[in-house]
Design a binder for this molecule. Structure first.
Ligand SMILES: [Cu+2]
Length: 477
């Protein structure tokens, strides 16, 4: 019996799959146990939004025929304050407009390439089952519009991107966005939803250079970005553009990563994700600090905000945050909740015991031993400002190498290290007007040693400084 009908059934499946260009072919296909009835009724137009805004939730509506129109626009916009870039966009901004549909929807997708653009583009939506995720059907010249239809078979959080050669370059210029496919019944309701997407950019000019930047193919190939940013530019989510919430609310972030190269170690400083839907999966994981968002991937994170303040969105590959731009803010307003977070309660003096491995207090060192021990202190503390070679930094930190000011007065140097220094001074004929913070938390031995080191390095020749002299200065004698 079965063998007689087998081939027929197979034929039916094949003809359903390729017989017509309408979505009816996938009719009542069960996908992983979810029955997806064929959408009926007049098509609706999807509401698309610019980041960080999010289209309205799907709720419990049935699957429908949905029309999505997305226009590619090539345009110059700031990538940082005073720094411009020629972005290629889906919808006029980076990331591209966010699309939100329901599992089972049949989507008639219109990709429009604005006539003023210079290049052909297409779109690969990771929510699409079919060749190229739609790229195979959407190669579109400037002044043209391509149409294809797909069935949203799997729920999830998906990115879309241009896949026109050179693919990396189209993505690196900003051609990516998010498409969320909600499961039947919709996502659990929350108070706030936001749309955030990370991306890396490659310019021939250094970070923050003024004017219009040029794309640099070699640094893109080397995966050495000049900028790593949220929502298309440095500062897109700070100041007046920061995300907002009220104490007691729940927040959902749809977070995508266009790449093209760098993965994101996404973290919100001052928050714990109550739930992460890793890589946009349907199965959430509770209580996560930092979640990995692959290049070409997306995630959904949810958290309640229990205490007010500014929470900082970062890529915890942290040099990117402070030197390449991947920093955003969520301002949580509301009254303090001291039972959750007290704020600073006290600032008191602390004098630790002797350091492990350091010379025990009172032990008498030779000058050579003092220089050696002082070198350690210098390398750990002073080097940040006065530099390893003692040359300082012009206009900011005075030199200690062959420094007349240093060598002229030992007692003064001891006081400076103990108490700090501010106000104008002249060192080797140059004036400095900075602030040296007190280093009085160092022990008498450490201060004696570090001064012995600096007074006997980089061409300086001087006597050893005795810990007793430091102790005397500390007690005001
Ligand atoms: Cu493109």
């Amino acid at each position: 019996m079965t063998s007689d009908f087998g081939p027929l059934v197979l034929m039916a499946v094949i003809s359903a799959g390729c017989g017509s260009s309408s979505a009816e072919g996938v009719g009542d296909t069960p996908v992983r146990g979810v029955d997806l009835p064929t959408p009926t009724g007049d098509p609706i137009h999807a509401v698309l939004t610019h980041a960080p805004e999010v289209p309205p939730p799907i709720g419990d509506r049935q699957s429908k025929n949905v029309i999505v129109e997305l226009e590619v626009i090539e345009k110059v916009m700031p990538i940082a304050d005073g720094t411009d870039y020629l972005f290629w966009t889906f919808g006029g901004e980076v990331p591209g407009k966010m699309i939100r549909i329901r599992q089972g929807d049949s989507v008639e997708f219109h990709l429009q390439n604005h006539p003023d653009n210079r290049l052909p583009h297409n779109i690969d939506l990771h929510a699409v089952t079919g060749p190229g995720g739609g790229a195979a059907s959407t190669s579109t010249a400037p002044g043209h519009e391509s149409v294809f239809t797909f069935r949203a078979l799997n729920p999830g959080v998906y990115i879309y991107h241009c896949a026109t050669a050179p693919v990396g370059m189209h993505i690196a210029n900003g051609m990516y966005g998010l498409i969320v496919v909600e499961p039947p019944g919709g996502l659990p309701p929350v108070d706030r939803e936001y749309y955030v997407m990370q991306g890396d950019f490659y310019t021939a000019e250094p970070y923050g250079a003024a004017g219009l930047q040029t794309f640099d193919m070699q640094s893109a190939i080397d995966e050495d970005p000049t900028y790593v940013v949220f929502n298309g530019s440095v500062g897109s989510l700070v100041g007046d553009s920061a995300l907002t919430a009220q104490v007691g609310e729940t927040v959902r972030l749809f977070v995508g990563n266009g790449g093209p190269n760098k993965i994101s170690s996404f973290h919100v400083i001052g928050e714990i994700f109550d739930w992460v839907y890793p890589e946009g999966s349907s199965t959430p994981q509770p209580n996560v600090q930092t979640t990995l968002i692959p290049a070409g991937g997306a995630s959904m994170v949810e958290f309640a905000v229990e205490t007010p303040g500014t929470m900082i969105l970062v890529d915890h590959a942290i040099f990117r945050t402070f030197h390449k731009g991947s920093l955003g803010m969520l301002n949580v307003a509301g009254a303090e909740v001291p039972s959750v977070y007290s704020g600073k309660q006290d600032d008191r003096l602390y004098k630790g015991g002797p350091r492990e491995g350091g010379a025990a207090s009172g032990e008498v060192l030779t000058k050579e031993q003092q220089i050696e021990a002082g070198h350690q202190v210098y390398a750990g503390v002073c080097v940040a400002c006065h530099q390893a070679d003692g040359q300082g930094l012009d206009g900011a930190f005075p030199p200690l190498a062959e420094a007349d000011y240093l060598m002229a007065d030992v007692a003064r140097s001891i006081r400076i290290v103990l108490e700090g220094l501010q106000g104008e001074i002249t060192v080797n004929g140059k004036t400095y007007d900075g602030v040296m913070p007190s280093q009085g938390n160092l022990s008498d031995d450490e201060i004696a040693n570090v001064l012995t080191y600096v007074r006997n390095s980089w061409g300086n020749r001087g006597n050893a400084v005795a810990p007793a002299d430091v102790a005397a200065a500390r007690s005001g004698h």
